[in-house]
Design a binder for this molecule. Structure first.
Ligand code: AMP
Length: 542
């Protein structure tokens, strides 16, 4: 058939132009290293991003070449989010929390040509500088101190930009960004995002049953901009023209609550670790903070325990759980209730909200076990496989074997073990490697952890599989008690026995060990591989 619609590319310049033209007065507030607040607007972001793009082109950046960032969340990072891709380059957000060896490997593997670094992160950068094949280093002097010798000043680089910038003719399937997985095992792998994926992801994220982003929102991405595009929020927020709050390097509960109160944040997004801290602070001083009455939080990266969702409800803060992966730009599922499910008894509603949620539009999901595609009965566990327009089709220059993650019929294997219920709610029960197989039956470590963290004396808990002479594996609960709380293995076993089959519950006392702190990945997730190693010689009593 002839004559349908225009062939209009889905690219990031459209988002930047819209933000600049329609929402020029809306503010971007950044917390600087010295804790002062920097204020600018989308008009500034629009102007300065285009300046950055022009400067990069003048510096010889070619289409598809990588520009890395080593930065906290700030207005300068937002400029890079737009300036690099609209110049035709690819923004590679480096995770500076990784080990120096990994950072060097990743930056060289990605062939980063230029890098923009926060001056407060220069000590970290210097640990890897000699090992990098980077041509030019631009330093953003957000701390207010002079840029040290041997580095170029980011502001000077911008000022030198020609003022006749015109967007290149970008194809929507060209690369715009890049991020390496922060996997708990093996080498990080590079995921390359296209303009099209980013634009469609932004639209989906704004939908009411996802993050429900509106121009009227004030959005604070606490999730770092080097972790899975800060969940796509910088682009989604600019798309609707919402005010944005960038917390910079200050991620402690008090600093974040201070920003929430001062700027009347309506949506804040981050990993559960951040929210545990904030919930504790709220519990200690209920009502002390005058938060926006409609403050909601988007929580993901690891499971948001039901106890946390309930805890925040008591303070009038609504928790929305989302699940995603670096390979998925990252949004995959969001746990909002369907209207008719709000008629369920309260406990059932909480149980649903503690699931990872419904696949967002255009993300298709299926569960696959040894027998093939499993039914959506809420019980049959299998690997979650997905496909969709913002799911990676491969890794960047991957080592042999990485293609195993994709099935012959075109789905991506997430490595997450899930059930899907008849309503379509996905529930993560484990990572494939974290499942516990006891006497031939699977036990979900995540379920046990969430229940343990619902005990009033428990601050954090991780459950790992430990080899057992009779049962092959049994669960070992590694527990961090709350300060001053007296928790015994017997009390925890009783607490778990109220919810789980007897064979799921770690035996008291041997199945419980108390430690000071659970080791974490650079993204704040429990590093279970480290725990497994630590307890690899663990002996069950005869
Ligand atoms: P990353 O690519 O670093 O974002 O890690 C993705 C992985 O984090 C997923 O495969 C899950 O194992 C885990 N994850 C992300 N969001 C959640 C969530 N809401 N609940 C449980 N696990 C999650």
């Amino acid at each position: 058939m002839d004559g349908t619609m225009m062939d209009y590319p889905l690219t990031l310049p459209s988002i930047l132009e819209r933000a600049g033209k329609l929402f020029g007065k809306v503010e971007i507030v950044s917390r600087l290293p010295d804790k002062s607040l920097h204020r600018c607007t989308y008009a500034d972001v629009h102007r300065r991003s285009r300046q950055l793009a022009a400067a990069l082109q003048q510096a010889g950046l070619k289409r598809g070449e990588r520009v890395a960032t080593m930065m906290w969340n700030s207005y300068v990072h937002l400029e890079a989010y737009f300036g690099v891709p609209v110049s035709g380059g690819v923004l590679h957000t480096l995770n500076f929390r990784l080990h120096a060896d990994d950072i060097a490997y990743i930056a060289n593997h990605a062939e980063d040509r230029f890098i923009i670094v926060d001056d407060v992160l220069l000590p970290l950068f210097e640990q890897v500088r000699d090992r990098l094949e980077i041509e030019r280093v631009f330093v953003a002097a957000l701390s207010g101190k002079p840029v040290p010798e041997g580095y170029e000043n980011y502001e000077t680089f911008l000022e030198g930009a020609p003022d006749n910038f015109a967007y290149p003719d970008l194809d929507e399937n060209e690369a715009c960004g890049m991020c390496y997985t922060s996997g708990t095992t093996g080498r990080s792998k590079g995921v390359v995002y296209s303009h099209r994926a980013m634009v469609l992801h932004s639209l989906a994220e704004c939908m009411t049953d996802c993050a429900a982003l509106s121009q009227k929102d004030t959005v604070m991405p606490v999730v770092p901009m080097f972790h899975a595009n800060a969940w796509g929020l910088p682009y989604a927020t600019a798309l609707v023209g919402a005010k944005t709050i960038m917390p910079g390097p200050h991620l402690d509960a008090d600093s974040l609550l201070d920003l929430c109160e001062r700027e009347q944040v309506t949506l804040a997004a981050g990993v559960p670790t951040i929210w545990f801290g904030i919930l504790n602070a709220l519990d200690e001083n209920p009502g002390a903070r005058k938060l926006h009455p409609k403050l909601r939080t988007l929580v993901g990266g690891s499971a948001a325990p039901e106890a946390m969702i309930r805890g925040f409800d008591k303070h009038g803060v609504h928790t929305i759980q989302a699940w995603g992966m670096t390979e998925m730009t990252p949004l995959g599922t969001v746990s909002t209730l369907k209207g008719y499910l709000e008629a369920l008894p309260e406990d059932e509603q909480y149980a649903l909200r503690a699931k990872q949620g419904l696949p967002v539009p255009f993300v298709e999901a299926r569960v696959v076990d040894e027998k093939g595609e499993a039914p959506w009965d809420g019980e049959t566990m299998g690997e979650l496989q997905v496909r969709g327009p913002w799911v990676a089709a491969s890794y960047h220059n991957a080592e042999a074997g990485a293609e195993d993650k994709w099935t012959d019929d075109g789905w991506f294997g997430t490595g997450d073990v899930v059930t899907i219920d008849a309503e379509g709610y996905v529930k993560i029960t484990d990572r494939t490697k974290d499942l516990i197989k006891s006497g031939g039956e699977w036990i979900s470590s995540v379920d046990l952890e969430n229940a343990l963290m619902g005990h009033p004396g428990v601050k954090e808990a991780a459950v790992i599989a430990v080899a057992h002479p009779k049962w092959q594996e049994r669960p070992l609960a590694v527990v961090v008690a709350k300060e001053g709380a007296e928790v015994t293995p017997e009390a925890l076993a009783d607490h778990l026995a109220a919810t789980f089959a007897k064979w799921w519950v770690p035996e008291a006392p041997a199945g419980y060990v108390f430690i000071e702190e659970i080791p974490r990945t650079s993204a704040g997730k429990f590093l279970k591989s480290a725990l497994r190693e630590r307890f690899s010689d663990f002996q069950w009593p005869e």
